[in-house]
Each structure stands twice: as C-alpha cells, then as structure tokens.
Design a protein around this ligand. Structure first.
Ligand code: 2AM
Length: 183
C-alpha cells in the first residue's frame, strides 16, 4: 500500500520566503519548510497496482505552465475549532483547470470523487492547541503577505509516510506542463 497525494512542489526560494512567516504563536506546530507544498489532490492509501494506474492517468494530462503567487494567510476549522494555518494562492485559472483535469483523471481510474471544494493553500502550521486570540492576531498581522511569483512547470505525485514529528514526503513522479506560447 502507498499513501499518495498530488501537489505542486515549491522551489527553495519560495520555501524560505514562506518559512519567514513561521513563529509567533504559542502551541502551534509549524510544518518544516522542506515539507511545504500545495496539494492538488489527496489520494490516501492505495494498492500498488492502483498507484500504477494513477501514474498512467496523471502522465496523460496535458496542462500548461503558469505563475503561482502565494499570498495572504488563513485558517481551516473543523467543528468550529481552528485546525490549521495556511498561506493562500492568488486565483489562477490555469491552476484551477489543472486541478480539474487531475480530479477527472483520478475519477476515471476509479478513485472516489473529492468532496471538498479546491481551496489552494500551503499549510504552515497545525494550530488546534494554540490560543484562538493568538491565531486571530497572527492572521491579521500577516494578511498582506505576498511571495515572489514562481513559475510552475510540473506537478508531482508524492508519497507520504506518517512520522512521529512530521510526515516524510517523497516526490515519486514529476509530470511536465507545456511551456506557454511566447506572447
Ligand atoms: P493540508 O495541508 O491542508 O493538511 C498530504 O497529507 C497533503 O494532503 C496535505 O497537504 C493535506 O492537506 C492534504 N490532504 C487533503 N485531505 C487529506 C486527508 N484527508 N488526510 C491527510 N491529508 C490530506
């Protein structure tokens, strides 16, 4: 069995820009910068033979390169309790389109549809044990964050091993995106 997800890897320069945001909330569990990524589709545990089908389906996708701009911070909650803190991504039709193609390709090979609406983000920290007022103040203070736009030229199938401290993510396959036509 393999635990897989499809994501955009982030180049080191962007990871260090984002890492500059970490800190300042007592009780928060910050994601190690090497683990930063933007998930396009969480797959979860699947059999090896099915992983092969997933790889074949992803390899058929014809997507286009685009610029990704990370900006702003926000939170996700579960049952009224704030769980995670993230950096958002500027709206981008090419990104949305790519995510839609991935979803369609994975459903075609038999994966159940993703029910959650796609909300592009890079998780910064787990904050379920942090005081609410500190998280709220942090979001207000960092809302204007903007990273340097980065050119995305491939997407990646990652495997994930759950670790004690942090999960270990391994890029398994990279799928190229077609270069944009010159303007
Ligand atoms: P998150 O960053 O918002 O937690 C690897 O676990 C990636 O898949 C993470 O980026 C995680 O999103 C995402 N993911 C989406 N649904 C998940 C789930 N049910 N369990 C674990 N990770 C999930």
């Amino acid at each position: 069995m393999l635990r897989l997800f499809v994501a955009l890897a982030l180049p080191p320069e962007i990871r260090s820009e984002v890492a500059g945001l970490a800190g300042g909330i007592p009780g928060a569990k910050w994601v190690p910068p090497d683990n930063y990524h933007l998930t396009l589709r969480f797959i979860g545990e699947i059999e090896n033979w099915r992983a092969q089908e997933v790889d074949d389906a992803l390899a058929m996708i014809r997507g286009h390169a685009f610029d990704l701009s990370l900006r702003g911070v926000g939170t996700f909650d579960k049952a009224g309790r704030i769980q995670s803190l993230w950096v958002g991504a500027e709206r981008n039709d090419t990104l949305t389109h790519l995510q839609g193609k991935i979803e369609t390709a994975l459903q075609r090979v038999g994966l159940p549809p993703e029910r959650k609406r796609f909300s592009p983000h890079v998780t910064l920290a787990r904050v379920d044990r942090a005081p609410l007022d500190k998280v709220v103040a942090y979001v207000q203070a960092h809302n204007l964050f903007r990273a340097t736009p980065v050119s995305v030229q491939h997407f990646t199938l990652f495997s994930s091993r759950l670790g004690k401290e942090a999960s270990v993510y391994t890029p398994e396959v990279e799928y190229d995106l077609a270069a944009r036509a010159a303007a």
